[in-house]
Design a protein. Structure first.
Length: 285
């Protein structure tokens, strides 16, 4: 029997005013039970035996270490809790949530694998994302709309923390085709304003399908593409929040900050209607 255990049993005997032999017998009985299995070499046993004593914790330095709780990573994109339009092997198309939408019929494309930016995806995933982009352009062109694709990868976690970082999404903002030149101007000015705070070059014009050649893998960035005809990229030195892109669209459409596109519309009906409209263009079938 260890010295610590011997001392603990003696103190317990004095507190409860019972013979030490009786205390030892009770302890040995507990050791034999399934609930209290403490080998003699267990230095944490005195604390457990001494349980119930409300005085000072004489053995606080020997407290039994708590088991680490299993960290359950809860990613709404990985768990599929949102309104999906179409799913493929490596990527999926979703309808933007009612609360996060700034424009009507706003969507986003995500890789099914949890990664932080599209620079990390493989060629098969990249091809699927582009297929979704092409079909959305085809669908909205019949309505006189073009698509602005926006990716905010301004926060890149270390490699060992990659699965706890943000799940990247390529946001799809449909706007009237005649507003694309105005949108280009707003995005260029806003991204240049971010870049001018830094001495090194951080604003780039991106040609179609040239994201990989514009910025190396592992760098934080935001990227905007106008109907797959190219766009702009800002290499981030700090995180760019959601309000950046929302503010641009509020300026383009002269919306107030409380604007909600589905305020007078049933969101679920809009999603279901769009899902049906997309079926002729659904390449996943």
């Amino acid at each position: 029997m260890s010295c610590n255990l011997e001392v603990a049993l003696k103190i317990k005997s004095r507190i409860e005013n019972k013979p030490i032999d009786q205390i030892k017998a009770l302890y040995e009985e507990k050791v034999r039970s399934d609930k209290f299995k403490y080998p003699d070499s267990n230095v944490h046993a005195p604390v457990e035996v001494f349980r119930g004593y409300e005085g000072p914790d004489l053995y606080s330095y020997n407290k039994r270490p708590k088991k680490k709780k299993k960290i359950e990573f809860d990613c709404k994109f990985c768990l599929g809790k949102l309104e999906y339009i179409a799913k493929s092997t490596f990527s999926s198309l979703y309808f933007e949530s009612e609360g996060d939408s700034i424009l009507a019929n706003q969507l986003y494309i995500i890789p099914n694998k949890h990664i932080s930016n599209t620079r990390q995806v493989d060629s098969a995933t990249r091809e699927e994302i582009r297929n979704f982009q092409k079909t959305l352009i085809q669908l909205f062109s019949t309505r006189g709309y073009a698509i602005i694709f926006y990716e905010n990868a301004s926060e890149i976690p270390p490699e060992y923390m990659a699965k706890y970082g943000t799940h990247v999404k390529v946001e799809c903002f449909p706007i009237p085709s005649n507003l694309i030149p105005l949108a280009r101007t707003w995005f260029m000015k806003s991204m240049q304003d971010l870049a001018k705070n830094w001495q090194s070059k951080s604003f780039y014009t991106v040609e179609p399908k040239a994201l990989d050649r514009t910025i190396p893998e592992g760098f934080a960035y935001i990227h905007v593409d106008f109907n797959l005809f190219g766009g702009f990229l800002y290499q981030c030195k700090e995180k760019v929040d959601r309000e950046f892109v929302n503010g641009i669209f509020r300026s383009i459409f002269e919306l107030n900050r409380f604007h909600k596109p589905y305020f007078n519309t049933n969101y679920d009906i809009v999603v279901e209607r769009f899902r049906k409209d997309y079926q002729p263009f659904n390449w996943c079938k």
